[in-house]
Design a protein around this ligand. Sequence first.
Ligand SMILES: [Zn+2]
Ligand SMILES: [Zn+2]
Length: 332
Amino acid sequence: MPLSFGQSGSPWRGTAPAAEPIAPTPEYLQHFHSLVHSRQQQKSAGYVMERMSQQELDKKRRCGRCNMRHTNLPCKFHPGALDSRKQWTCCNRTAFKIGCESEAEHQVRIYAPGELEQRWRFEPTPTYYLNSSDTRRAVAIDCEMGTAYDGTSELIRVTMIDYFTGAVLVDKLVWPDVEMMHYNTRYSGVTRFDMQTALRAGTCIRGIRNAKAELWRFVGQDTIVVGHSAENDLRALRWIHSRVVDSFLIESALKKESDMREGDGNEKEKEGQPFKKRPEDGLSLKAMAMRKLGRAIQVGGRKGHDSLEDAIATRDLIHFRVVELMAAAESD
Ligand SMILES: [Zn+2]
Ligand SMILES: [Zn+2]
């Protein structure tokens, strides 16, 4: 089956290649469905599977000075402010760099009543869209995130394509619910200017709940959601979904198998510890797309990632795996 090339459009940038349609034959679906992870696999990979308890919410509290969790001592912070080039005025370091001053203890950040509950309200895929004609069999998603006022990651762009037809279902900027420290432009590809332009033009989605509502027009509880380390995307959306195929998890498992065959399986990993992302393992979406699809993605330099390009690459990687499984079944 051919993989996707050619040009089509991101509604607001237009650089990603088009996704070729895939025929959902019974044989294809059988192998595709075999890739869906169990609840336990999702859990150990860091997917949020239940609404957050008070204890978990308390762990979301951050220091008012350095934005780190309270367990992360000492407190290293920047006494200055971020300037327009996203550098700290105190030391000229970039926004990401660790604080230039240090204190033994953190500073308590005061949250408004209900603020944490509001921000971390996870919701499962609703049942009431189940019979909608818009509901897709499978979709692929990718999100871009910026950094909120308190140092946590915040959704700023969401993309969803139909896994089989390749149609772009949603590809929009999301105007954040909270104040932002910066948009992580180097990675997200989204600038403050993009966001303000989209707001003025009325083309962005306002907030996470509305973003989810747009996605859920196409997703029911049975819809398979494909993503690469999608626990991050689903967390950014505060979305609980239990039919997931994750290209990072699939490739990690394959790599683990081949490492063990070669006899250098890491003891710690054998005990079922959650996978850690290590770029040297070649499990980044960029490395996998090059290795398996011969496709260069995320090469926009300063423009960062493009969630449409990434969603298509993720979907094509899973397609590649299904085709492999079908070929293996045939040769048996
Ligand atoms: Zn601190
Ligand atoms: Zn500093």
